[in-house]
Design a binder for this molecule. Structure first.
Ligand SMILES: NC(=O)c1ccc[n+]([C@@H]2O[C@H](COP(=O)([O-])OP(=O)(O)OC[C@H]3O[C@@H](n4cnc5c(N)ncnc54)[C@H](O)[C@@H]3O)[C@@H](O)[C@H]2O)c1
Ligand SMILES: O=C(O)CC[C@H](O)C(=O)O
Length: 335
């Protein structure tokens, strides 16, 4: 269909998708005038549920939604895509380590990377959400050698939004007043939420976050651990992992990827670490501050990094190196 953007959501019968699909189909991500063709992939046992989701999408009577394709077949799902949002995987339950997920989920992303390579447009923009998101993204990228590495990203915008919101609540301003927060590294409890470069608009005055909050101990302690542990806290409370906030963050991430970042701000995104200026090893999907223009991201280089930050940035990189090596072992075992 010419003029339409073809978007795949995997895990389409799951709880994140249930919050996400309406937002995409109503124009909140790709544009209020942009016709959408929506492809929904889930596993065969979920096809019945998926049928219900399709009925609901039809019943929303959304003018931009030109087509809905529901399938359990990768060769159908990945055909001619402009954007792929890879949510489908096994979520962590209470008491389960994120690393337990690696083995189960890595093979899904190997197969879906190969399907992207075979069936999608070479310009396809990929967002990996399913955990462990950074490493799953790396595995997909490595299985899609004819698609530029830069097209592969993973979701750390939820962590970014959590950091922004914690600061806004603390200062008593709305979240739009907080700019230039950063999530470094892995979407896991080793991530480093950094507000050394962030500002808050208080009563029309742009202040550094440390000056506005006036509580360095909180910013270097509970603030960081609250953001790092937020996913686990939501699982503990809901007995399910975050879904509404994850869907909102997916929309924010894809909107930024598609339309660019706002002047004077940046966003956090898991991207390939090759050639960064912060001493993070190459060949990882690591969350950096990025600015985006013409659907192409650039890591914000040259920020001043103190010893406190550097240590945390390297610690989360170390975890990603370990995850990558373990994932590559699982991939070679299953080959
Ligand atoms: N990166 C982030 O910020 C972030 C935030 C929240 C959740 N997550 C992760 O997102 C994932 C999905 O979470 P959820 O709450 O929607 O889970 P869910 O269990 O409600 O839904 C997952 C869906 O994926 C489907 N699925 C499983 N294997 C599949 C495959 N091979 N192909 C297509 N679909 C498949 C399942 O059948 C299910 O319908 C989990 O891995 C979760 O940990 C990531
Ligand atoms: O499994 C987790 O700890 C996190 C689940 C999800 O990625 C989140 O951040 O809410």
């Amino acid at each position: 269909m010419t003029g339409t953007v073809k978007v795949l959501v995997t895990g389409a019968a799951g709880q994140i998708a249930y919050s996400l699909l309406y937002s995409i189909a109503s124009g909140n991500v790709f544009g209020k005038d942009q016709p959408i063709s929506l492809v929904l992939l889930d596993i065969t046992p979920m096809l019945g549920v998926l049928e219900g989701v399709v009925m609901e999408l039809q019943d929303c009577a959304l003018p931009l939604l030109k087509e809905v394709i529901a399938t359990d077949k990768e060769e159908v799902a990945f055909k001619d895509l402009d954007a792929a949002i890879l949510v489908g995987s096994m979520p962590r339950r209470e008491g389960m380590e994120r690393k337990d997920l690696l083995k189960a989920n890595v093979r899904i992303f190997k197969s879906q990377g190969a399907a992207l390579n075979k069936y999608s447009k070479k310009t396809v923009k990929v967002l990996v959400v399913g955990n462990p998101a950074n490493t799953n993204c790396l595995i997909a990228l490595k299985s899609a050698l004819t698609i530029p590495r830069e097209n592969f990203t993973c979701l750390t915008r939820l962590d970014h939004n959590r950091a922004v919101s914690q600061v806004a609540i603390r200062v008593g301003v709305d979240s739009a007043a907080v700019k230039k927060a950063i999530i470094w590294g892995n979407h896991s409890s080793t991530q480093y939420p950094d507000v050394h470069h962030a500002t808050v608009n208080v009563g029309g005055q742009e202040l550094p976050v440390f000056q506005a909050v006036k509580d360095d101990a909180w910013l270097k302690g509970d603030f960081i651990s609250t953001v790092q542990q937020r996913g686990a806290a939501v699982i503990k409370a809901r007995k399910l992992s975050s879904a509404m906030s994850a869907a909102k963050a997916i929309c924010d991430h894809m909107r930024s990827f598609w339309h660019g970042t706002a002047e004077g701000d940046w966003v956090s995104m898991g991207v390939v670490s090759d050639g960064n200026s912060y001493g993070i090893p190459a060949d990882l999907i690591y969350s950096f501050p990025v600015v985006i223009k013409n659907k192409s991201w650039k890591i914000v280089d040259g920020l001043n990094i103190n010893d406190f930050s550097r240590e945390k940035m390297l610690q989360t990189a170390k975890e990603l190196v370990e995850e990558r090596d373990m994932a590559l072992e699982f991939v070679s075992e299953s080959a």
